[in-house]
Design a protein around this ligand. Structure first.
Ligand SMILES: Nc1nc2c(ncn2[C@@H]2O[C@H](COP(=O)(O)OP(=O)(O)OP(=O)(O)O)[C@@H](O)[C@H]2O)c(=O)[nH]1
Ligand SMILES: [Zn+2]
Length: 197
């Protein structure tokens, strides 16, 4: 599993220099006590926040078990934090992932679904692409016969600035394979949304 124990491929000195420039540009003094270490802190934070760019979804979904379960598997309320690629501020919320395993009933580890969300969330993103990438990875790397991914997120670019509408939640979904069929899709969607707060 690609974790941050390995040297980060992110160019941290370059981020540090850029953050120092931003501080100057907004009228701050990057040399003052509280800000002196900030460029280096932001560089470390960005290496973590964007670490998904250097993670491989195939590796995450490599753990598979032959348990002959070829019916719905659903993990709901997977907390996620991502970064809006338009404003570089966070959006956060939950992902619900439902899939029907391949014909041999091979499943992946439940935690791997949450890890898969991280692979794509830890990148500059838009919510729609994040939703589709998770769904496509389950088809491509797990041979899932059907997939339904639903994301419910609040975008800080809509809450703390711009239109300033805190609390607005954006819901996106991606459906693949046999979950396109109206009856299975309705069942999966009601299970997914059954737990919506
Ligand atoms: N479809 C989509 N839009 C997003 C997402 N995150 C942010 N946006 C939107 O991206 C748009 C960018 O609009 P622009 O007019 O280019 O930028 P802006 O002037 O900063 O827009 P405002 O946010 O309206 O102030 C905004 O409407 C955001 O709400 C996302 O995940 N998906
Ligand atoms: Zn935004």
């Amino acid at each position: 599993m690609t974790e941050l124990t390995q040297p980060s491929p992110v160019d941290q000195p370059r981020i540090e220099a850029a953050v120092r420039e931003i501080l100057l540009a907004v009228g701050e003094n990057p040399e003052r006590e509280g800000l002196r270490d900030t460029p280096a802190r932001v560089a470390r934070a960005y290496a973590e926040i964007f670490s998904g760019l250097h993670m491989d979804p195939a590796e995450v979904l490599g753990t598979r078990f032959e348990i002959e379960h070829d019916e719905l598997v659903l993990v709901r309320d997977i907390e996620l934090y991502s970064t809006c690629e338009h404003h570089l501020v966070p959006f956060h919320g939950v992902a619900h992932i439902a899939y029907i395993p391949d014909r041999n009933g091979r499943v992946t580890g439940l935690s791997k679904l949450a890890r898969l969300v991280e692979v794509y969330a830890r990148r500059p993103q838009v919510q729609e692409r994040l939703t589709s990438q998770v769904a496509d990875a389950l088809v491509d790397h797990l041979d899932a016969q059907g997939v339904l991914v639903v994301l419910e997120c609040e975008h800080l670019c809509m809450s703390m600035r711009g239109v300033r509408k805190p609390g607005a939640r954006t819901i996106t979904s991606a459906v693949r394979g046999i979950l396109h069929r109206p009856e299975t899709r309705a069942e999966a969607m009601s299970l997914v949304l059954g737990g919506t707060r």
